[in-house]
Design a protein around this ligand. Structure first.
Ligand code: PEP
Length: 296
């Protein structure tokens, strides 16, 4: 066996898989976390990801920093990656409070232009420069209240990925679409439009959040078995758009009225890799329990 072929085989079998694992977030810094993650089995080496979305809350800087302070003691040794999407004016202060913890700070949205005469807009580089490691794109409230179309959502995803941040692309059907049995079709369309032009390489920084619109802020949690089926269908669509390897590596969060009572069962499903949490992320004890989920 020549030294060249030994080196080639070392690169193919050891270095490349290792570097891919780091890029896809499969390797997370804490050994404790990794041990818990591995319990999910070989097929599910996706690091679970619990994200909070504070939306337009709390209403003062003081309330925001004290909410962040109260999360710190609950973030000891987490079984997952955690981030909270904070209103723009509070990002720097909350990042300061959470420095040294495993809780990351994220943005709730960004504008798709780099800079210029866009009053009220906030660029991806701006939120990255004040400490965000992810930004959401396509949250249903952005789509319905602010009119973000699939094309706008796609521009935002691509703009986020031009930075070093990760993008959490939110998709999900309305109640009417759910009742009409169109869930998988709607998600497939939002997924392919939202990811249009996103390279296979950049998919290592993309997280999908499946959020049935009828479950957001309503107290109605999608039954975990149903959510699992939808996640499977989203993963199948990712395989069609990219490859089965990429589909297996992308994390798919569930969002919609997640609470401490529902998180364990949701997280026990093989294709549910995390949760995006609105209301419950504003109550430290609730979010603390959710980020310390125990698979049912
Ligand atoms: C959300 O804002 O993404 C969300 C899922 O909200 P809630 O948990 O309140 O339903």
């Amino acid at each position: 066996v020549s030294p060249v072929s030994t080196m080639k085989s070392f690169i193919m079998t050891t270095l490349l898989p290792l570097s891919y694992a780091f890029q896809t977030g499969r390797v997370f810094q804490s050994v404790h976390t990794r041990a818990k993650v591995e319990v999910r089995g070989a097929m599910e080496m996706r690091t679970p990801f619990i994200a909070g979305n504070w939306k337009e809350n709390p209403v003062t800087l003081q309330d925001a920093t004290s909410l962040a302070e109260s999360l710190k003691p609950l973030a000891g040794s987490l079984p997952c990656e955690v981030g909270i999407a904070v209103p723009y004016p509070f990002i720097s202060a909350v990042a300061g409070v959470l420095e040294g913890t495993d809780i990351q700070v994220m943005a709730q949205s960004i504008h798709f232009e780099d800079s210029g005469a866009f009053t009220g807009a906030v660029a991806a580089t701006m939120v990255e420069s004040v400490g965000c490691s992810y930004s959401l794109a396509g949250h249903s409230e952005r789509r319905s209240v602010f009119g973000d179309s699939d094309a706008v959502v796609n521009s935002k995803v691509k703009k986020i990925l031009e930075t070093k941040m990760g993008a959490i692309l939110c998709i999900g059907e309305t109640q009417g679409e759910f009742e009409a049995g169109l869930t998988n079709e709607v998600n497939a369309i939002q997924l392919s439009k939202g990811l249009s032009g996103v390279s296979a390489e950049d998919m290592s920084r993309v997280v999908i959040a499946y959020e049935p619109v009828w479950a957001i802020g309503t107290g109605l949690v999608c039954p975990s078995d149903t959510a699992q089926l939808v996640h499977e269908s989203i993963r199948a669509q990712l395989a069609k758009l990219y490859s089965s390897e990429i589909a297996d590596s992308v994390r798919i969060q569930y969002g919609g009225s997640v609470t401490p009572d529902s998180v364990d069962e949701l997280m026990s499903k093989p294709d549910i890799d995390g949760c995006l949490v609105g209301g419950a992320s504003l109550v430290a004890e609730k979010f603390g329990r959710i980020m310390n989920f125990e698979e049912a």
